[in-house]
Design a protein around this ligand. Structure first.
Ligand SMILES: Nc1ncnc2c1ncn2[C@@H]1O[C@H](COP(=O)(O)OP(=O)(O)OP(=O)(O)O)[C@@H](O)[C@H]1O
Ligand SMILES: [Mg+2]
Length: 317
């Protein structure tokens, strides 16, 4: 087998670790992304998402563990293997003095495109992100949201089979965000393997076929959205804000059949309830206990409640 046999799955990450000095940023992360699949890495600031992407793109070399791209080692990946990968970095990386189209031509050339193929690729990438009308404007004059879209186009210009997207929707308006999600979905439908990092829970729920919840450089849970939801339970989740005390709430949950305390920190708490009856029993008990509450919500189990359960913290946008 050669260093890059091209036969493995688009991406296989096995037990990778990386530290910046004494800071362990990634601590044994493993996952795989298949062709046509959108796999999400979901986690708060500092969870290790960008560091993981950097080890896949070859910017950083793992301290231990392995990254395989189409079956070949990422660190020794050939130009041909690199050309099958598109990277959209978290920090926009564009030349302000060049126009949108010139930026795309530049990157397209780096990936080996020339002549008519290059022109076609640039035209197509501009169209994909809705920048055809702005193609001749200098990037320095584009708004932050438009730069983000162009940043995405740069990752797509050479038609990659593996796409690494590091928070591609940060700082853009809701309509443009929907458009970007649509572009990413279309790429996956066309067979591209997509790794998508985000700290937006709802976005990850909408777009990812499977995802891993990461925090402090570790995978806390992984699976499809439905599988992850089941980890919280089938029944509703009750969330409180106000004067909450862990010992008191634990005792209170103990008195309610089918109720468990998921989390309690920073003036918020959440419970899982087996079903609607368990939920109303809990709400009754909460009011009888005379707690000073500012807010009480009942919701379907979602990634937010799973994150609470796993970390005891909220993942805020
Ligand atoms: N260049 C660096 N030097 C030192 N420490 C770093 C560096 N880059 C990241 N870190 C640290 O490594 C950890 C993981 O950071 P990383 O950027 O991978 O997280 P992230 O999940 O991408 O976060 P964000 O959502 O804020 O982009 C954090 O503790 C961070 O402070
Ligand atoms: Mg990051």
């Amino acid at each position: 087998m050669t260093a890059n046999d091209g036969k493995g799955p688009p991406l296989r990450v096995g037990e990778v670790r990386f530290s910046y000095g004494k800071t362990r940023a990634v601590d044994g992360v493993s996952f795989e992304v298949a062709a046509g699949e959108i796999f999400g890495l979901l986690g708060p600031n500092g969870a290790g998402k960008t560091t993981t992407i950097s080890m896949i793109s070859g910017l950083l070399t793992p301290e231990s563990g392995q990254v395989l791209i189409f079956g070949g080692e990422a660190s020794g990946a050939s130009g041909a293997a690199r050309a099958r990968m598109g990277v959209v970095p978290q920090e926009v990386a564009l030349y302000d003095e060049l126009s949108a189209a010139e930026n795309l031509r530049f990157w397209g050339q780096l990936y080996g495109l020339r002549g008519a193929a290059l022109q076609d690729a640039v035209r197509q990438a501009l169209g994909l992100v809705g920048l055809t009308d702005r193609r001749n404007e200098k990037v320095g004059k584009l708004s932050g949201g438009l730069k983000r879209r162009l940043n995405l186009a740069v990752g797509l210009v050479h038609g990659p089979a593996l796409l690494l997207l590091d928070e591609p929707t940060v700082g853009i308006d809701p309509q443009a965000r929907l458009h970007i999600l649509e572009v990413v979905r279309d790429q996956a439908k066309a067979g591209c393997a997509v790794l998508y990092t985000s700290h937006y829970l709802e976005e990850a729920e909408q777009i990812c076929d499977r995802l891993a919840i990461v925090d402090h450089g570790r995978v806390l849970a992984a699976g499809t959205v439905a599988e992850l939801r089941r980890l919280v339970g089938e029944g509703p989740v009750v969330q409180l804000r106000g004067e909450v005390d862990a010992d008191r709430l634990k005792a209170l949950a103990g008195r309610c059949p089918g109720v468990g305390l998921l989390s309690c920190a920073d003036g918020t708490a959440s419970f899982s309830a087996r079903d609607a009856a368990a939920c109303s029993g809990l709400v009754r008990e909460l009011f009888q206990a005379g707690l000073k509450l500012e807010d009480l919500r009942v919701q379907e189990p979602n990634l937010q409640s799973l994150f609470l359960k796993l970390t005891g913290r909220e993942l805020r946008d």
